[in-house]
Design a protein around this ligand. Sequence first.
Ligand SMILES: [Zn+2]
Length: 83
Amino acid sequence: MSLADDLQTHYEQQTVAKQCGTGVWFASQSERDANAFAEFLARGGAVSHLHQLAVKNGCPIAETQFRRHCRKRCSCYRLENAA
Ligand SMILES: [Zn+2]
């Protein structure tokens, strides 16, 4: 294995991962819920509060990962930027 092989494997794994758990969960929600989520963040709402409400509505994601998605630092957005 060379460095190039390792990096190739890394990119392939990223492609397979596609969305983070939070992204997958939001994709399974209604369009109305997804829009409400985006609007809440756009208005400067607290991520911790949003996470509480998401959990109440069945979101299985831990707050740390949820926060990463809200700050666009998860695999969902890395893939978008790379494209
Ligand atoms: Zn995400």
